[in-house]
Design a binder for this molecule. Structure first.
Ligand code: DX5
Ligand code: ZN
Length: 216
């Protein structure tokens, strides 16, 4: 499968959200990545349901929602109501991850499990068969514009090996510090979806950057 690109709206100009989403609509992007933060799981706040519910009306790309919050199981119905295609919950935030993954799928969404940079891939051994995607954080979650953690490439390789060993087709998404150089390393290691925030939105030509990420 050719890899996908998911621009992260966190880096967009929030005074012009509609035109930023329209740019993504017109681009080669596959998904729109949306980062929700609670100030508890991560040391920052971003945006929440009032924004997601408005984006639903204008985003032509499937919404890939990344919840950086404690107790994400409390909000599964609310996320589903935004029309989200995929709901990512953090491994570190879910005590009953299997139940949460099942509930996400019962609500008609794809289920993603996200790993912080320090969380090893082998902890997915007994849940990987139930998830549609694993999101590997290649920075510590909470902020855009951080430096890529190089070890994420090895981690992508290890995750790909786990998925192949189990005979699965689980997607691998990677998020944080992605540009053409880090993106190429990740695609070569087996990444299926590249998230990019600052690299896309702070560029003078975001559509061209999205196309360049697609062409890796
Ligand atoms: C970080 C978020 C990312 C962020 C990526 O906590 O999960 O999605 O927006 O931003 P860049 O690509 O700028 O590192
Ligand atoms: Zn994210």
């Amino acid at each position: 499968m050719k890899h996908l690109v998911a621009p992260s709206l966190l880096a967009a100009d929030f005074l012009h959200l509609q035109s930023e989403v329209e740019m993504v609509n017109e681009s080669a992007a596959d998904w729109l990545h949306l980062d929700i933060m609670d100030g508890v799981f991560v040391p920052n706040l971003s945006f929440g349901f009032p924004i997601l519910n408005r984006l639903k009306a204008i985003s032509k790309k499937p919404m890939d929602v990344h919840l950086m919050i404690v107790e994400p199981q409390k909000f599964i119905h609310e996320v589903a109501a935004t029309g989200a295609y995929l709901m990512n919950v953090h491994y570190e935030a879910c005590t009953h991850l299997h139940r949460t993954v099942a509930a996400i799928k019962d609500c008609g969404m794809k289920a993603g499990v996200t790993l912080n940079p320090h969380t090893p891939v082998h902890l997915l051994e007994d849940i990987i068969q139930d998830v549609d995607m694993v999101l590997l954080m290649s920075v510590n979650p909470g902020f855009g514009g951080q430096k890529f953690i190089e070890h994420s490439v090895e981690k992508t390789t290890a995750l790909k090996e786990l998925i192949l060993r189990k005979g699965l087709n689980t997607l691998i998404e990677v998020d944080g510090g992605i540009n053409l150089d880090t993106g190429k390393q990740l695609v070569d290691a087996g990444a299926d979806v590249l998230v990019a925030g600052n690299f896309v939105f702070k560029s003078p030509d975001p559509k061209q950057i999205i196309q360049a990420l697609k062409s890796l």
